[in-house]
Design a protein around this ligand. Sequence first.
Ligand code: PLP
Ligand code: COI
Length: 361
Amino acid sequence: MTSGLEFRVTPATPVPAAERAKLIEDPGFGKLFTDHMVTIEWTEGKGWHDAELRPRAPFSLDPASAVLHYAQEIFEGMKAYRGRGGEITMFRPEQNARRFNESAARMAMPQIPEDLFLEAVEKIVAADRDWIPDGDGSLYLRPFMFSDEVFLGVRPAAHYIFCVIASPVGPYFKGGGKPVTIWVSDTYTRAATGGTGAAKCGGNYAGSLIAQAEAIRQGCDQVVFLDAAERRWVEELGGMNVFFVMDDGSIVTPPLGTILPGITRASLIELARADGVKVEEKPYSFDEWKADAESGRLREVFACGTAAVVAAIGKVRFVGGEFSIGDASTAGPVTQKLREALVGIQRGESNDERGWIRKIA
Ligand code: PLP
Ligand code: COI
């Protein structure tokens, strides 16, 4: 895969192999970083230029850089896996490239050719392949773009930096796959119609942190947001989409619009439908959720995303109470089956009928 843009390559002095091996034994999530990064610049009138694979290092930013004031910043999250046979694969990376450009369009930022996005990601994966943990771990890739034009006027910037960094990761939730507990925010919302909810921009996460902090204070793992207009309809978690499994085997998930169009979400919908499961993308209210959990009509709930993969939700807390789903301590059969189907494809252990896997040379 080449984009036509020449990459300058400055190899890093790598972390010694023994030290790296020790670091990635138990990497946690997003705390460790590899030796390299990719940077590419964009200038109005010139387009993309100065593509580089180079040692990971801090940026030098002018205090008037636009991103520091008006938050023109977007990102992606994707993973590279090492299969049992040693081959390195990625899961639907072209979907991340596409969504990155959708986020860019919403934030009045430049489009990056998909080939260039993919080449940048592949370059760092290839350079830092020894950082990919074995077993359940993976290399989390974080492509992002921000405005660094030096000015204080409010308008789209004329200069941007695209960058990819990589982080060896283990499971997002500690707890060995035990169902997580989530907090329903009745105070804060994440996105409104016409807003930026469907874009993967840093600002969405900045606005979610106070609710996430409240969730932690309430003894929960994640926050779930309701819609901004009526505070009634379930939207998504701080960093994951959500699915509901009913007693007739059918699945409900909130429709697109103000939520992030998750690639895991879309993949699970496709896998479930191919398995004959009825999946409805339709509004589902918090009141229905509570009533269905209490009546037993709701059998399983799970969160999904690149970082979290598929995580069962066992308990739901809200102002004034809490309820459980199923026995609250084990992931239900539908959740487990979907998780296994997805992970099997992602790790190259099952047949990739849909062409979702991209091998990295
Ligand atoms: N929703 C939010 C707010 C997220 O941050 C993420 C993670 O990227 C997702 C959903 C899931 O998206 P994906 O499956 O593409 O990782
Ligand atoms: C991801 O799943 O890639 C995200 O960006 C979500 C975040 C919780 C790490």
